[in-house]
Write a protein that binds this ligand. Sequence first.
Ligand code: GLU
Length: 419
Amino acid sequence: MNSQCEDKNICLNCRSWLDKLKDKIPLSEGEMTLLKKPKKVFTFAIPVKMDSGEINYFDGYRVQYSDALGPTKGGIRFHHEVHLEEVKMLAFLMALKCSLLGLPFGGAKGGVCCDPSKLSQGELERLSRGFIRAIHSFIGPDIDIPAPDVNTNEQIMAWMVDEYSRIKGKFIPGVITGKPVELGGSLGRNIATALGGAFLLKRMAELEKMNPEQTKVAIQGFGNVGGNMAKILNDWGYKIVAVSNAQGGICSQNSLNIKDLSTGQKDGDLPATAPEQCRPIPNHELLELDCDILIPAAVSHQITKENAAKIKAKIVLEMANAPITPEAEEILFEKGIKVVPDILANAGGVVVSYFEWLQNSSNDYWTEDKAFRKLEEKMNEAFDRVWRLAGEKNYDLRTASQILAVERIIKAERLRGNV
Ligand code: GLU
């Protein structure tokens, strides 16, 4: 096992997963090598004129990991810890995610090493436009389609699609997804990741005969994904017993009133003082709470070999990317905890990105209701395939998901004659 994974998010654990799959699916040496290598890697410096008049250079990355199934697809993150190895790993996860969900896309990821909280709106706009100027020749609706990710949003996508369209001399909405509706975005895209995860949970609760009213849920992260999941699950009758953001959390024996929590709060903010009958809890305690479902929806590597033995939930739904280290996962499995892996759990965002791309190419725009119905269908289809394979072969859900995803990519590569 790769012990580096426990330290930082320098995580090449995709390689160790692939090695573990070797005895479960017949892959030749050549096929293994192909899967372990990103197809194209771009690194570039983005010059940005700061408000002070000085020019700063930011390191930018775009990794197009696999294009076996179609144009590459994946978000762009702005974060001070972004580095090339992490972007490669996230691009690999996107390739698996798109394959598992049956989308006609390969996988990619992009990032800029920066602290967006220290940038003014003007600086953020110039950085976003600079990113597109650096890679415009290598992206396009049929080549590579970026989208939002950590710390990037609809406004940033709007600047990016505008910059690309200016360079090309015409409006090309299909080059970016996660855009505002006014610029060709899809209705429902903003809550798609959360809703996709909630649909999976509903399916799984039915199979496990769990009654929402008696199901206690703890959610780490109160941003776009965690905050929206809390609202959706609360509306569906689940007992949300704890939520948190980066500063800390609140929990209650009964159910938190999510509507009260969100009123008047900025996205991602929790009330400064815990409302009545709630108590403040630190983030690490939230993970160890007595609950049925634990939803890590914040950052990577939250459940490690240090705290895995203390997790009490029966199901962990990975809404963040790689919130569980491989070492920790072994411990969770020994305890009989079911883990719904990130490439399945948080795929709702890219599924509705696919719908957005379809709407852009046909100019036929859908109702929110249609987007949600189609999302539920796609999530359930993928979940049922994973659940069936896991049941038949006695695999955990991550292994079953990876096998299905890798098989589809490899079949396409074989047909193309690349292996
Ligand atoms: N960043 C999201 C993800 O990791 C969405 C990607 C997309 O819509 O292309 O799945």
